[in-house]
Design a binder for this molecule. Structure first.
Ligand SMILES: Cc1cc2nc3c(=O)[nH]c(=O)nc-3n(C[C@H](O)[C@H](O)[C@H](O)COP(=O)(O)OP(=O)(O)OC[C@H]3O[C@@H](n4cnc5c(N)ncnc54)[C@H](O)[C@@H]3O)c2cc1C
Length: 400
């Protein structure tokens, strides 16, 4: 999503752009997500800091976070920074830097959705944050009210009866839900990226297969090997999602990343939902998609090449079966991928501090599917020397 959206924004500013990917556009993290264009997510996810929550995670008593003990040492450094940045005052400052891009995200998607003729993939009716306990729902409503007061994001608090009316397929409605009304949802997230890539190519942009690890600096700019031969350019943009820090390490940059693996699987033949539903107490989501009802999981901290251990997905499936008639599993093996989260929850966007013409746009964490078009625009504006749509200072790579 990030690479394709950036390519589109550069193209409309007159750049000649080649999009290079080892795979097809929209086949990795931007394929596997919950498909919500999260206009409501003005506060990025903080890490829990209270002792009770941390103890529950440590003892494996929560389904939204899971870790493999042997993999923990590699995560500890970024997690410690993430923990520090989740303190209330820091998190408030970070949210103030995050909100300007989130609140523009739906509009920026709208432009591309119209131009790409992809409206058939998009619902504009929001999603439900489902709660099983009244105290948790009351707390969430208080936070939602604060977000509405500060940023104008729209929501409705639904009682269990109201939720049942909105979602007749639910077998139980807990204590109700928050209906976030500003967010849009997509029935095929990878398909939306494909549609944006087709728009880019239709307007004359080139897409080629190639390996970004062949990127080298030349006397006049940058060069990368593709299946169509070597591509020379004045500038290069690293938008490799969770793979970005690995490539940038070769140029001497060390970006910490909180690597949160998530899983999904589709279910078909049962009852579907009208809108995506996030089951907050069990830390998973259910989203009606073209392939069936997609269940997505929270964060797993494991090794980058560790085999799949879909324990959270199994728990989520069991919990989801209490709520809806799920039907059958569509795939034998679940999909999994990594949310590229920075320890300060903000994307890395701007020019490399020590390499002229090397630009970065990655680290969009839990909301990269949402943020592609707006951060693509911001990076294109910086590269072109236009005055940017929002202040880009909080995202600059130098902060790491
Ligand atoms: C379970 C889950 C649910 C989520 N739900 C949501 C949601 O509802 N809403 C939301 O906004 N976000 C969501 N996210 C987060 C979102 O999916 C990501 O932030 C976003 O997709 C990142 O996009 P990206 O373009 O940076 O990375 P990617 O989509 O991973 O793209 C990276 C690209 O780089 C290419 N690449 C990698 N290495 C190389 C190489 N060496 N050479 C060439 N090409 C290479 C890959 O092929 C890929 O196309 C979710 C994530 C997960 C895991």
């Amino acid at each position: 999503m990030i690479g394709v959206a950036t390519a589109l924004h550069l193209q409309r500013r007159g750049w000649s752009v080649v999009l290079v990917d080892r795979s097809e556009p929209g086949r990795e993290t931007s394929y596997g997500n919950t498909g919500i264009i999260q206009g409501e997510a003005v506060r990025p996810y903080p890490m829990p800091r209270d002792f009770a929550s941390l103890l529950r995670i440590a003892l494996g008593r929560t389904n939204d976070v899971r870790y493999r003990l042997l993999a923990l040492p590699r995560h500890l450094g970024p997690l410690l920074q993430y923990w520090r940045n989740s303190a209330p005052e820091r998190h408030a400052r970070i949210s103030a830097a995050y909100a300007p891009i989130i609140t523009r995200a739906v509009h920026e998607h709208d432009v591309f959705i119209r131009e790409a003729g992809a409206g058939n993939l998009v619902q504009r009716n929001g999603f439900h944050l489902f709660h099983r306990e009244q105290a948790a729902l009351d707390g969430a409503i208080a936070i939602a009210e604060a977000m509405r007061a500060a940023y104008g994001v729209k929501f409705r608090a639904l009682t269990a009866d109201e939720l049942t009316r909105a979602e007749p397929g639910l077998k139980q409605a807990g204590v109700g839900a928050i209906h976030w009304q500003d967010s849009w949802t997509v029935s095929d997230p990878g398909g939306l990226v494909t549609a944006y890539a087709a728009l880019f190519q239709g307007l004359g942009g080139a897409f080629v297969h190639g390996d970004a690890t062949t990127l080298t600096q030349t006397s006049s700019g940058w060069s990368v090997q593709s299946t169509d031969g070597r591509i020379e350019a004045e500038a290069a943009i690293v938008a490799l999602g969770p793979w970005s820090p690995d490539l940038l390490r070769r140029f001497g940059y060390r970006f910490p990343l909180v690597r949160k693996r998530g899983y999904h699987r589709h279910y078909a033949g049962g009852t579907s939902l009208q809108l995506p539903l996030i089951d907050t107490s069990l830390g998973y989501g259910m989203a009606p998609m073209a392939r069936g009802l997609r269940i997505t999981t929270g964060a797993e901290f494991t090794g980058p090449d560790a085999p799949p251990t879909p324990v959270q997905l199994d728990h989520a499936e069991a919990a989801a079966r209490q709520l809806v008639d799920l039907g059958d599993r569509v795939e034998a093996d679940p999909w999994y991928g990594t949310r590229p989260c920075t320890p300060d929850m903000l994307p890395v966007l701007g020019q490399a501090p020590r390499h002229r013409g090397l630009w970065m746009n990655f680290g969009h964490g839990h909301q990269g599917f949402t943020l592609g078009p707006v951060t693509g625009r911001l990076l294109a504006e910086l590269m072109t020397g236009e005055s940017p749509v929002v202040d880009a200072a909080p995202y600059r790579p130098e902060r790491f």
